[in-house]
Write a protein that binds this ligand. Structure first.
Ligand SMILES: Nc1ncnc2c1ncn2[C@@H]1O[C@H](COP(=O)(O)OP(=O)(O)O)[C@@H](O)[C@H]1O
Ligand SMILES: [Mg+2]
Ligand SMILES: [Zn+2]
Length: 453
């Protein structure tokens, strides 16, 4: 490491800088994440200028954003129709989740469309990538592979090959010896990402950066790059399940509400465009604590099982354990049930989770969650093929949910026969469904209409 500048300490997770070492990052609260960095006066390597003088905004001519659909439908859906020319995309996820697999699949499809694709692997050998490509059935003459960690070789390859798409696997393992900092450090990651940012903007060639999310913070995390890139995609899933979900948490060229659903199979990632019944229980029996909620993710409705287990607590403070749902939301709903409907959860442990581990962020799931807790507390199942939707206010009122027609439509298509919905949503229903609709205004009323107590 060449030392030719002042040194600072930087958090390897979020990039927060301090003149002295800190045990805990004041910004992202990570422990032991500070590493010494040498500050280099580089001018501004990331400066982007379009024009020197201010212009009237109405006089600016807009070029239409041009996109290339990759052919991986679930990816294109999340990206807003395809990859925008000149964009820099970060694909973040835990190690082993399938980032390399997804991007090699995308590379295969793009090269099949006649695009020249350069896949840079700084993590695996040529043989390893080749074996994966064989497993995925990728063998296009337009797909090039470069296995190196050196930015110098990468820059040369970009110049000589002049590709249409570039994949960097991963941004944390490439390094530039001119940057006086260890590979994987904040400075390295940031400077190299800036290089790819400039490259993509100048050449119009989209660049995908793969970034590992690290728990220990041993190498600089993708959080650091979020503001630099045009799109942040996260690839999620549970280790024990083959289900993978792709989400955009930032998208400068489209919405962030769409999700892509994949299954990790022996010979690669299988796209699941028909995912609406994937998160339902496999049993047809009705069990206490199991309630179905039509979850809206962008344009797609996924019917998901919400499960609760309310069990006597033998410790002083009852336990609350939640997976896939917001913890604070569960606490709030238990408090409303206690105060407004007189169900006491004081001496019970409460466990809540979602079918398939799907993460639900909608408050429209409140009612389903409340019914699920009551059903488990009383040990009575919810009868019939029913779905529940509604936000619960602190006063115990059932509030409006968006997209009511799509939710009801999808539930009906999958054979559900009853829907408990907020009364205020009745006027929004366009086509009278064949399923029974039960409008409710108050939580108490909703519970009485749903379970036999
Ligand atoms: N030979 C194989 N056969 C079947 N599945 C495999 C094989 N090799 C890897 N996988 C699957 O691919 C996953 C790793 O995917 P990968 O794309 O390398 O992840 P990442 O790049 O996110 O670290 C493994 O967890 C495993 O499920
Ligand atoms: Mg990988
Ligand atoms: Zn931090």
């Amino acid at each position: 490491m060449k030392k030719n500048g002042k040194s600072v300490f930087a958090c390897s997770e979020c990039g927060y800088q301090s003149v002295r070492w800190l045990g805990r990052c004041p910004d992202c609260a990570g422990w032991n994440t500070f590493m010494e960095e040498v500050v280099r006066r580089t001018g501004s390597s990331s400066a982007q200028t379009d024009g020197l003088n201010p212009e009237r905004i109405r006089d600016i001519k807009v070029e239409k954003v041009s996109r290339v659909a990759t052919g991986v439908g679930e990816f294109d859906r999340v990206a807003g129709g395809g990859v925008v020319n000149g964009s820099l995309i970060l694909m973040a996820g835990e190690p082993g989740i399938g980032k390399s697999t997804l991007l090699l699949t995308i590379s295969g499809r793009l090269s099949g469309l006649g695009k020249k694709v350069l896949y840079i692997s700084a993590e695996e050998s040529r043989t390893q990538v080749k074996l994966r490509a064989e497993r995925l059935g990728t063998s296009s003459e337009n797909l090039y592979l470069l296995c190196t960690t050196e930015m110098i070789s990468i820059k040369e390859a970009l110049k000589s090959l002049n590709p249409d798409f570039v994949i960097v696997d991963s941004i944390q393992t490439v390094s530039d010896p001119d940057i006086p900092s260890t590979p994987g450090s904040v400075t390295q990651v940031r400077e190299n990402a800036n290089y790819f940012l400039n490259y993509s903007k100048k050449s119009g060639c989209p660049v995908f950066l793969i970034g590992h999310i690290t728990k220990e913070g041993a190498i600089a995390g993708p959080k650091l790059l979020e503001h630099v890139v045009d799109m942040v995609l996260s690839f999620e899933g549970e280790a024990r399940s083959s289900l993978r979900i792709l989400r955009a948490s930032k998208n400068r060229f489209g919405s962030t509400s769409e999700i892509g659903v994949f299954s990790m199979e022996e010979n690669g990632l299988l796209e699941i465009p028909e995912a609406s019944s994937l998160f339902l229980p496999s049993l047809s029996e009705h069990l206490p604590g199991s309630v179905i909620f039509p979850n809206q993710e962008g344009s797609r409705t996924l019917l998901v099982e919400i499960q609760s287990l309310v069990a006597p607590s033998y410790y002083g403070i009852p336990k609350r354990s939640v997976i896939g749902i917001d913890y604070n939301r569960v606490s709030m709903i238990l408090a409303v049930l206690e105060k407004k409907v007189s169900f006491s959860f004081n001496s019970y442990d409460v466990y809540c989770n979602t079918g398939g581990g799907l993460r639900i962020s909608e408050t429209s799931s409140d009612l389903a969650l409340a019914i699920s807790c009551v059903s488990s507390l009383k040990d009575v199942p919810v009868p019939g093929q029913a779905v529940f939707m509604g936000e619960i206010s602190l006063t115990g009122e059932i509030r409006h949910v968006p997209d009511i027609n799509r939710r009801i439509g999808e539930a009906e298509r999958l054979g559900f026969t009853r829907a408990v919905i907020p009364e205020v949503n009745l006027k929004d229903i366009k086509v009278k469904p064949s399923m029974e609709i039960i409008p409710v205004k108050w939580l108490k009323e909703a519970i009485l209409a749903s379970v036999k107590l």
